[in-house]
Design a protein around this ligand. Sequence first.
Ligand code: SF4
Length: 269
Amino acid sequence: MSERRHILLISGGKDSTALALYMRDKYPERDVEYLFCDTHKELRETYDYLARIEAFLEKPITRLAAGHGERGFDHFLKVFGDYLPAPSMRWCTKKMKIEPFESYVGDDPVDLYVGIRADERREGYISTKPNIRPVFPFKEDGITKTDVFRILDQSGVGVPEYYEWRTRSGCYFCFFQQKIEWVGLMEKHPDLFELAKGYEKPDQGFTWIQGESLEALAQPDRVEQIKQETAKRRAAAKAGRKPRSLAEAFGAQPDDADDDAVGCLICHL
Ligand code: SF4
């Protein structure tokens, strides 16, 4: 039987990066393999951050390249009849992240280190393969979000550049992003926003955001409204008060989501 492998999936987000640094310092003798499942639809900032992480770890991050070329997102979109992926039908994660990862690992016994923190409620990637054993060092050691920022700060790696306007790594068109992040994409990467728009077929109900096309979201009045609503909710959250009205509460659902509340666990850690 082969020796147990130690694998850490790096998403280009803060938690998996902090975990890589944490594991390196806590278990320097452990030969941890770093992997990144590349959909080739990530932001430039994420690729820059990966290069930075590699420099600090002094070790390469292996890119699993199953998510590009012939069998990339556009191929799978056709296979799925032009149905854009959505939280309830997340074929993108399965086809572009989980399957390439599981095929890379094969039947080797693996400890897969997952960066879910002690202050999170969510479950991690649950492997269906018996040879892959998920391990949660942050949960086991009581590491919280504050600790994660401290690890990134003290190591010198810092946070990815996209944190100015977006809370998560992942594809530029990820349907998990908040409306204010779509606005951020439009302002920071208008070319990518246009590409994301090009995937939509609003007349057939194929939009990234349920019930709203990017064309509609991009209208100046709508952008202003999203910005104002976000500012209000952030102020309320800071003041520690509950939403005052039903409209505020319902409005809060998509845009107020903290990076812990929703998201793709294999993509956004
Ligand atoms: S980042 Fe979002 S769109 Fe990309 S694979 Fe993950 S869930 Fe799908």
